[in-house]
Design a protein around this ligand. Structure first.
Ligand SMILES: [Zn+2]
Length: 227
């Protein structure tokens, strides 16, 4: 029944010995396969998983429908520190955006609403991560060079060899305990640049509840976006 074979968007071959299937949020199917795998073998693996692929694609499509891109309309909800607040348009000129139980956006800024929100989230993330990092530096002696806020879409934080820490502006949409976990995660990377057992043991020592935060991010992370 080749006619019912799910469409394969991309085949990535590598040294691996087994096959792996991945569905992207937009429904694209990526197949990871050993170098020697034939097209027929790949199609057989995909055919075997056709029911799972169809079910997962349907779930992803309904998730996408539930979370359409932001339109910056009154009443639309926006995240901050793990809570959602509705958007209100105001006739006020300055500030362009603030939060007092609702996000108040100056009506004149509505056409650049996304940029205004990004700037606001950026500044919040900068202040929050800075203030979280300070006590850890004092207490544990981490050597932090610069803290930067980026526009990364898929990573919450990263750490460079020169002691620079990067966090996405979206981070302050997460609960403070989750922000704290991401900060600790990157701080520990300054000393342990991998995800080894030793790395996680150190994260757990400094942030004993980190597993709850990881689980929260896994479940809600894709909602924390302006797209
Ligand atoms: Zn990491």
């Amino acid at each position: 029944m080749t006619s019912s074979l799910p469409h394969i968007s991309q085949i990535i071959r590598s040294q691996r010995k087994s096959f792996g299937l991945e569905l992207k949020p937009d429904g694209r199917l990526i197949v990871r396969a050993p170098h020697a795998a034939t097209r027929a073998q790949i199609e057989a693996v995909v055919a075997q998983k056709a029911a799972w692929i169809a079910k997962t694609r349907a779930r992803l499509a309904s998730q996408a429908a539930q979370h359409p891109p932001k339109t910056f309309s009154p009443g639309e909800q926006f995240w901050y520190l793990g809570e959602q607040y509705p958007l209100r348009l105001t006739d006020r000129q300055r500030p362009l955006l603030d939060l007092d139980g609702a996000f108040n956006l100056s009506r004149q800024a509505r056409s650049q609403a996304k940029d205004v929100f990004i700037a606001w989230y950026r500044e919040e993330t900068r202040q929050i991560t800075q203030s979280l990092i300070e006590p850890y530096v004092k207490h544990y002696g981490f050597k932090v060079n610069q803290v930067r806020v980026t526009s990364a879409r898929t990573r919450w934080g990263s750490c460079s060899g020169k002691g620079n820490l990067n966090f996405t502006y979206r981070l302050c949409m997460a609960p403070l305990s989750v922000v704290e976990y991401v900060v600790v995660h990157e701080l520990v990377h300054l000393n342990v640049p991998n995800h080894s057992r030793a790395f996680w043991a150190e994260v757990a020592r400094i942030n004993p509840t980190y597993q709850t935060s990881r689980a929260w991010l896994k479940q809600h992370g894709r909602l924390l976006t302006l797209d």
